[in-house]
Design a protein around this ligand. Sequence first.
Ligand code: DAK
Length: 263
Amino acid sequence: MPFEHVKLEKSGKLCWLTMHNPKALNALNSQVLADLDAALDQVVADVEANETHILAIRGAGDKAFVAGADISELAQLKGLEGRDFARNGQALFDRIENMPIPVIAAVGGYALGGGCELALACHLRVASDLAVFGLPEVTLGVIPGYGGTQRLARQLGMGRALDMILTGRMVKADEALLLGLINRIAPAAELEEAVEKLASSIMQVGPLAARAGLEAVRGGLQSSQAEGLRLEAQLFGLLCGTEDMVEGTAAFLGKRKADFKGC
Ligand code: DAK
């Protein structure tokens, strides 16, 4: 089903989701967010049909990933309306973080405010050398409202997150790499290739193991270490009952490449 502000394209088992609001550097307004939600339904259906193993999110054009929440819409929010607006956006970004497959943000330009928060909701971030990150909400008299205060602090640690959140300063790609905000950096013209390379190296491992690794890390970060360890052991046990585990270990011992079937 086509959406006005979000495009889905398949490249084998990799699905590209493109944020498309070119008049405002792909800024997030209510319609963009509704389209993103509906597009995620489609992605989930494809995952369930075993047609999609990785999702990559990018922005249309070469200037911006997403330049934040649409400031003209934000300007009209009053009191509790703002809280509901934030809760709806948070629920949508939680959907991305809780996707059963790895989600990669391909950041080719500005990732500011809600755009930076969208990238943070993804599991991995690959950026072009021209990318710029920032949470400039304080310069507008608010704070990040789509999970940025929580996810940035978990990603970078409190001090480095507050350095960005309290000043609203912009961080270029090379600094973002040093901070641990992004996983990889690529020349602008090679961004999609770099994402495809990362996706392909994940897709070469057993798909059940990749999903379980994602679930263990995510589940552990959302709970205590003791609970995380229990989850890890439980998932490890489940994988020990799979054909992929038999195949992976036999392939290693037989000095050949594993042929994982995802079962
Ligand atoms: N919203 C609306 N329009 C935007 C936009 C945005 N975030 N960003 C850019 N645009 C529009 C510009 O107004 C301009 O429109 P026209 O003048 O052509 O009609 C067009 O996109 C091109 O932008 P520029 O002409 O400004 O392009 P430049 O290259 O000169 O500058 C820039 C690029 C990215 C540095 C600049 O556009 C910029 O500073 N944009 C705003 C970035 C920003 O502050 N983003 C964060 C927004 S705050 C919450 C929920 C969510 C949030 C907070 C609270 N609660 C519910 C409480 C999230 C907040 C945010 O995301």
